[in-house]
Design a binder for this molecule. Sequence first.
Ligand code: NAD
Ligand code: LMR
Length: 314
Amino acid sequence: PSLLRSLRSAASHLSRRGYATEPVPERKVAVLGAAGGIGQPLSLLMKLNPLVSSLSLYDIAGTPGVAADVSHINTRSEVVGYQGEEELGKALEGADVVIIPAGVPRKPGMTRDDLFNINAGIVKSLCTAIAKYCPHALVNMISNPVNSTVPIAAEVFKKAGTYDEKRLFGVTTLDVVRAKTFYAGKANVPVAGVNVPVVGGHAGITILPLFSQATPKANLDDDIIKALTKRTQDGGTEVVEAKAGKGSATLSMAYAGALFADACLKGLNGVPDVVECSFVQSTVTELPFFASKVIELPPLHTFQILRLSILWPV
Ligand code: NAD
Ligand code: LMR
């Protein structure tokens, strides 16, 4: 009887999530910068996601090869590669979620702000196309400096008359992933059950892991908390230095980007209680944008606008 109970409970859980009794909705995901260091493994991970029905891989070069390669994987989504600006519109048309890892990465000695001049222009042109071809898509901004590229995207969308602050997300999931990993190591707990909210922004001291709210609780000394905080804030630089001129985090970022996109797809599909930290337009401080916990409340209809409420962490 206890096995039966477990099976019943699993079935009801799945049907609440829309997997068992309802068909999984069609969802198009576009990756912009798909041939890059993040773009390639991220495209692979999105191909493995059963919530994706159409996977659109765009870059200025190299996407036919990446798309051909990924398309041979026997999972649900149809994969199409688009190359060059003249194909950007087709890549974006009908997209529900657009993930943007396009742009240059750091080299040792650089800050994320040093990427501003090049990446601002790239993000501006991509967001101009998003406003035109898929104005209702959820935008997951990975390109750095996230603290600036998200406000740039907001301005582009405002100018185009398509801005909806509940659809624009700076991806700070890698900060959360790092904080969880480092905390689990010091607290000596299984990492799979760890949660650590990370608020603020995505650069140096603006990255604020809230280890005081980490679960499961561990009585870590202040100097350990300080060291964990610093390691999380410097996590990007740790990878940039280790790669010694060959770029910044790509594999862990692809993992983090895939987690965040999956949360967006679940939110769109009406799965309740999806909570992630993200850099979003905010009123929780005097800053116009701030990363904090964002909860995706299920829409009344599948395609209705997502309602997000930003929760100041307690
Ligand atoms: P990369 O150079 O390996 O790849 C970038 C890709 O973007 C390339 O394939 C390039 O052709 C493409 N690209 C350039 N201009 C484009 C355009 N106009 N349209 C479409 N694609 C274009 O770099 P990467 O390592 O993949 O990093 C990409 C960005 O992600 C960088 O800005 C990096 O700083 C950022 N990043 C952010 C996080 C985060 O936590 N948010 C983590 C790691 C990296
Ligand atoms: C990261 O946190 O790894 C990214 O923002 C890349 C970088 O430049 O540090």
